[in-house]
Design a protein around this ligand. Structure first.
Ligand code: IPM
Ligand code: MG
Length: 356
């Protein structure tokens, strides 16, 4: 039986990079059956809503979701804001599918080491941000603007249950790595952070096989630049995770390379999830064959690993990406002297060719 994949190309460069990801998964020998769905600005234009009910149904009836990117200047002023691609599309889909665990690995790839601003630094970076994705200030109520427009309110809410389930995911990921969790919060100021710390400590005392330290978010932002090699798994809440994962991504030297998984609870013993590059829709280069498809390809590798439990196929894809880079092939975003400039689809073809 083929795995069923809901493919949501989205906006901007989304469709171009997703084509390459699908191409590479097919070449990995894993049997998939893809069905396309609308999400984001393109869905808004065609159906009047950024998240049509058919898309939710498609995702729910699939084994995994592969997503390109959503948003662009065309929809930045859509009213009400709940109809914008990011809020009414992506955030609503995360919530709808209960994708509470966002896994964002950030690893320096050897062929690009010299591109990292921290190349003179000590240890190579190889960390995973485990970000809570369906709670906190992104979703808390009340949220409003006063009638006179002079005051705005957002609310940060966390429950014990929400903190505990993301902590469990972080420990699980840590067990497949160096078994060190750094829980990041702002406990010197925020009540939600004090609850966060309490719950993580309770969980840690029942799971002594993983070591846990706490770090304040401002310190963590600084430590990431000072010595990113010190981190294994960073466990944190929604907004801190958003910010820290962008920071970590740039330390690898290229935003265009980083994948992510957004996971829900397991279905039939396998993680159900949505897999997407951490970069955006880059409308300025859309349709020109200049986008870097490697983040989308590596996201598809995470899909193979997490949702389909096909680690060998995932390893093959990841090794092929490194081999293509090792040969000096570069898309425009990472191009430099003495490398070979290739288009989006040529990079996809090169990864396929490197797959053994
Ligand atoms: C991300 C993005 C989204 C987020 C935006 C597009 C709403 O920045 O996935 O990191 O903040 O979660
Ligand atoms: Mg972000």
């Amino acid at each position: 039986m083929p795995y069923k994949v809901a493919v949501l190309p989205g906006d901007g460069i989304g469709p171009e990079v997703i084509d390459e990801a699908v191409k590479v998964v097919r070449a990995s020998g894993i049997d998939i059956e893809c069905e396309d769905g609308l999400l984001g600005g393109v869905a808004y234009d065609e159906t009047g809503t950024p998240l049509p009910p058919e898309t939710i149904r498609l995702c729910e009836s699939s084994d995994a979701v592969l997503l390109g990117a959503v948003g662009g200047p065309k929809w930045d002023r859509v009213e009400p804001v709940a109809m914008r691609p990011e809020i009414g599309g992506l955030l609503a889909l995360r919530r709808e599918l209960n994708l509470y665990a966002n896994i964002r690995p950030a690893k320096t790839l050897r062929p690009l080491l010299h591109a990292s601003p921290l190349r003179e630094g000590r240890n190579l970076m190889d960390l995973v941000v485990v970000r809570e994705l369906t709670g906190g200030i992104y979703f808390g109520e009340p949220r409003s603007r006063s009638a006179d427009g002079q005051k705005a309110i957002d609310t940060c809410v966390y429950t014990r249950a929400e903190i505990e389930r993301i902590t469990r995911q972080a420990f699980q990921i840590a067990r497949g790595r160096r078994r060190q969790v750094t829980s990041v919060d702002k406990a010197n100021v925020l009540e939600t952070s004090r609850l966060w710390r309490e719950v993580v400590d309770e969980f840690a005392s029942q799971n002594p096989d993983v070591s846990v330290q706490h770090m304040l978010v401002d310190n963590c932002a600084m430590q990431l630049v000072r010595d990113p090699g010190q981190f294994d798994v960073i466990l944190t809440e929604n907004m801190f995770g958003d910010i820290l994962s962008d920071e970590a991504s740039m330390i690898t030297g290229s935003l265009g390379l980083l994948p992510s998984a957004s996971l829900s609870d397991d279905r039939n013993g396998k993680a159900y999830g949505l897999f997407e590059p951490i970069h955006g829709s880059a409308p300025d280069i859309a349709g020109q064959g200049r986008a870097n498809p490697l983040a989308a390809i590596l996201s598809a590798a995470m899909m193979l690993r997490f949702s389909f439990a096909e680690p060998e196929a995932a390893d093959r894809v990841e090794a092929a990406v490194e081999a293509a880079l090792g040969e000096g092939l570069r898309t425009a975003d990472i191009f430099e002297a003495n490398t070979k400039l290739v288009s989006t689809s040529e990079m996809g073809d090169a990864v396929v060719a490197k797959m053994v």
